[in-house]
Design a protein around this ligand. Structure first.
Ligand code: DGL
Length: 272
C-alpha cells in the first residue's frame, strides 16, 4: 500500500525526500497540484476544495495514509479533511514549538505564505507556545513563484529576501522557521542572509516521525524508521515513487529527471 503525499507544487518534495530517507521500505505517490499552485494567495475555501480533490485522488490510488506536505493546506483544510476521510491524514505545521524552546530567549522568525500567516491555526499555535512574545510572522509569497520556475539561487531571490528582512534587527533572532515547504529550496540564501547564530528549522523530520507513529499504531508501518540524517540513496526513476501533477501521471525519462533534480537540490539543502 502507498503513502500519498501532496502539495500545491514542488514544495512537498521536501517531505517526500525526507520520507524516502527515513522510510526506504515504503511506496509513495506524490501529488503536486500544479493546476492550482500557489495556494498561499488563494482563499481558505479554494484551498479546502483543492485539498479535497487531491486527497480523493490519493484515496482512489489505494493510499493507506496521506501527508499534507503543505503548511498552508494543513492550516486551512486538515481538520475538515480528517472529518471526511477515514484513513490517517498527517499535516505539516511550522516548527514554532521547538524553535521557541531552542531560541534561549532570542527572537523567532516564522516565514510562511500569506494564507498560512492569516489562518487561525498558526495564530493559535503561536499563542499557545509564545508566552514571552518572541515570535514574528512574515509572509514571503514570491518565494513560491521563484521555486515553481526553478529559480533557487539568483540575485533576484537574494534581493527579494533582503528587502523582506529590511527593518528587522536580525541579530536579535535565534531561530528561523521555514513555515512553507517550498522555502527549503532557498536554505543556502537564507543561511547567507541570517547571522551565524540563527538556527534554521523546518517541520519535515517531525512530520515524518508523526506519520511513522500513526502508521505503527495501526500496524501499517512497513519497517522501523531509518536514521533521519542518512544520505538520500534513490536515484533517477526510484521504483518506490510515482509522481502526479493534478491527477496526471508524470512519465518519460526527461520529465522524471526534473523531479530527480529537485531531490538533488533538497539533498544539498538538508546539509546546509
Ligand atoms: N508549499 C506550501 C506550503 O507549505 C504552499 C505554497 C503555495 O502554494 O503557496 O505552505
Amino acid at each position: 500500500m502507498n503513502i500519498g503525499i501532496f502539495d500545491s507544487g514542488i514544495g512537498g518534495v521536501t517531505l517526500l525526500h525526507q520520507a524516502m530517507v527515513m522510510m526506504p521500505h515504503e511506496n509513495f505517490i506524490f501529488y503536486a497540484d500544479t493546476a492550482h499552485v500557489p495556494y498561499g494567495t488563494k482563499t481558505r475555501e479554494q484551498v479546502i476544495s483543492y485539498a479535497d480533490d487531491a486527497i480523493h485522488f490519493l484515496q482512489s490510488c489505494g493510499c493507506k495514509a496521506v501527508v499534507i506536505a503543505c503548511n498552508t493546506a494543513t492550516a486551512a483544510a486538515a481538520e475538515q479533511m480528517r472529518k471526511k476521510y477515514t484513513f490517517p491524514i498527517i499535516g505539516i505545521e511550522p516548527a514554532v514549538k521547538p524553535a521557541v524552546a531552542e531560541s534561549e530567549g532570542k527572537r523567532v522568525m516564522v516565514v510562511a505564505t500569506p494564507l498560512a500567516v492569516q489562518e487561525e491555526k498558526l495564530k493559535s499555535l503561536v499563542a499557545r507556545v509564545d508566552n514571552a512574545h518572541l515570535v514574528d510572522l512574515l509572509a514571503l509569497p514570491r518565494l513560491v513563484e521563484f521555486a515553481e520556475r526553478g529559480e533557487f539561487v539568483s540575485d533576484a531571490v537574494s534581493a527579494y529576501l533582503e528587502e523582506q528582512f529590511f527593518g528587522y534587527s536580525l541579530d536579535a533572532y535565534g531561530e528561523l522557521v521555514l513555515g512553507c515547504t517550498h522555502f527549503n529550496y532557498f536554505k543556502d540564501t537564507f543561511r547567507k542572509l541570517m547571522p551565524e547564530q540563527v538556527h534554521i528549522i523546518d517541520g519535515s523530520i517531525g512530520t515524518i516521525r508523526q506519520l511513522a507513529r500513526v502508521l505503527e499504531s495501526k500496524g501499517l508501518l512497513a519497517a522501523p524508521l531509518s536514521d533521519e540524517s542518512s544520505k538520500w540513496k534513490s536515484g533517477h526513476g526510484a521504483a518506490n515513487v510515482k509522481y502526479y501533477q493534478s491527477g496526471v501521471e508524470v512519465s518519460g525519462t526527461d520529465n522524471l529527471k526534473d523531479w530527480d533534480k529537485l531531490h538533488e537540490r533538497l539533498e544539498k539543502m538538508r546539509f546546509v
